[in-house]
Design a protein around this ligand. Structure first.
Ligand code: GLC
Length: 495
């Protein structure tokens, strides 16, 4: 199980109200207790923070807000000591406009770094991720530069071999330090059709969500060769934001590109059994034949938390049972194990140009005024109910959602069927999703009632299955009688 940390919001230790690397290091015992196998750390590179670190001005440094390289090394060593691996975010599609490469590139048309970025005399009609155009006119040199995201995030030109060499060197820098891999940002954007054709008129998506140029596969193969040239397992997990399992599958194909790629189809699915069943089937159809499997998350740094989307803790609990038992690799977003909701962010505290502050609120460690942080009022407002919904209170309460996560993670670790097994979707009544996982002799079943009415799994009243973990904690260890309460989700083992 991977655990995604929004670095700015996990824990501050130096009193600036922003989380830091040392804060993560100090909470490694909590993460080990929870059962985390690996971390994905959001960017901590030097950055002007136009996109809170996804605008990198130095790929081989640490922004003073988060600490130092030495602090990173300490965090990595202490994580490894606990058997926790560390993946860092790598942002290869674009740099910051403050990166020395771009400063040089825009200094004149004949600067040697000019064509490290994408310049044109005429813009096309592509729309940027957070609104507006993907092109900004540079007055001094009289040309437009491309940015799929903010104007402060100019796109690198990966067709230029110098760019690719320089960027691969930044991977080597961190691999040499011992990182276990990378979460790679905006993979689908890396190369563009060289003709930069207009998007179809009326396209509602920003260009970054449709850019899918086949040349990117070769770029990925180059990145994979670097990762594979290191000892030990080094993982490449891609954000291939194409919203189609079929398209994403191409970035996993042939075993020489990404190891894992997020499938956002569940994150965008409603709380509906048929919708989930359809997406699980699609994932199997697309990925089984190429020897890959899906990577699931229900919440992340770019979307409202699923606790908020689904509306109740009961559903968030049921979703946890599913996330941690379906076939694939689960990513837990920091704080979802507390059942955190999005924060309410008043207009005068809005910071993110992408409108994503609410899901990035600081993590409440205890019920005190600063919730374990050295300041009472960190960079973003606290999420709701932190007086009771905090790590200390939920750790002390064996019936909490936090303990549910822990039991599920433990069950997953202990069961080859849940870790590696195949998956068969079972017949079930409307509103219920049921599947069986199996590996060798080991079998598990999962049944989830997505409705607010009681439901019944026919044929499951014979006592052949025992409740191993239940979303509401009830009846664990007892035979399953086929009855499902509203929003119930249950992990079953053979009796
Ligand atoms: C990815 C990140 C997002 C960021 C964007 C641009 O989608 O998850 O937070 O704004 O890339 O780098």
């Amino acid at each position: 199980m991977f655990y995604l940390i929004y670095t700015r919001s996990f824990l501050d230790t130096d009193g600036d109200g922003v989380g830091d690397l040392e804060g993560i290091r100090r909470r490694l015992d909590y993460l080990a207790w929870l059962g985390v196998d690996a971390l994905w750390l959001c960017p901590f590179y030097p950055s002007p923070m136009a996109d809170f670190g996804y605008d990198v001005s130095d790929y081989t440094g640490v922004d003073p807000t988060y600490g130092t390289l030495a602090a990173f090394d300490r965090l990595l060593a202490d994580a490894h000591q606990r058997g926790i691996r560390v993946l860092i975010d790598w942002v290869p599609n674009h740099t910051s406009d403050q990166h020395p490469w771009f400063v040089e590139a825009r200094s004149s048309r004949d600067n040697p770094k000019r064509d490290w970025y994408v310049w044109r005399d005429q813009p096309n009609n592509w729309k940027a991720a957070f609104g507006g155009d993907t092109w900004t006119f540079d007055d001094a040199t009289g040309q437009w530069y491309l940015h799929l995201f903010l104007p402060g995030q100019p796109d690198l030109d990966w067709r230029n071999p110098q760019v690719s060499e320089a960027m691969l060197d930044t991977l080597r820098f961190w691999l040499d330090r011992g990182v276990d891999g990378f979460r790679i940002d905006v993979v689908q954007g890396l190369t563009k059709d060289p003709d930069l054709p207009d998007d179809p008129p009326g396209l509602v998506l920003p260009h970054c969500a449709v850019n899918d140029c086949t040349d990117t596969h070769d770029v990925l193969r180059g990145i994979r060769r670097v990762a594979d040239s290191y000892e030990g397992e080094r993982a490449l997990v891609g954000e291939v934001y194409l919203l189609s399992t079929r398209r994403v599958a191409r970035y996993l194909a042939q075993g020489d590109q990404l190891h894992l790629a997020f499938d956002f189809t569940l994150l965008y699915a409603p709380w509906d059994a048929a919708a989930w069943r359809h997406r699980l089937r699609r994932a199997a159809e697309e990925l089984d034949p190429i020897g890959a499997w899906p990577t699931w998350n229900l919440s992340n740094l770019d979307n409202p938390r699923h606790r908020t989307r689904y509306g109740t803790e009961a559903r968030a609990r049921a979703a946890a049972v599913l996330l941690l038992t379906v076939r694939g690799t689960p990513f837990v977003y920091y704080g979802e194990e507390l059942g955190l909701e999005d924060a309410t962010v008043p207009a005068d505290r809005v910071l993110d140009p992408g409108g994503r502050d609410a899901c990035r609120a600081p993590f409440p460690w205890d019920g005190g005024p600063g919730h374990g942080w050295p300041v009472d009022d960190p960079w973003l407002p606290w999420p709701p109910d932190t007086g009771t919904r905090n790590a200390a209170a939920l750790t002390a309460d064996g019936s909490s959602i936090l303990h549910l996560y822990r039991r599920l993670i433990e069950a997953r670790r202990a069961s080859p069927a849940l870790r590696d097994g195949g998956q068969r979707i079972l017949e079930s009544p409307d509103g219920v999703l049921a599947f069986e996982r199996g590996e060798g002799d080991d079998r598990r079943r999962v049944v989830a009632n997505f409705t607010s009415d009681p439901a019944r799994m026919e044929g499951d009243d014979g006592g052949s299955w025992v409740v191993e973990v239940a979303a509401d904690g009830a009846a664990e260890g007892r035979p399953f009688d086929g009855c499902l309460g509203p929003d119930a989700a249950i992990l079953l083992r053979p009796a």
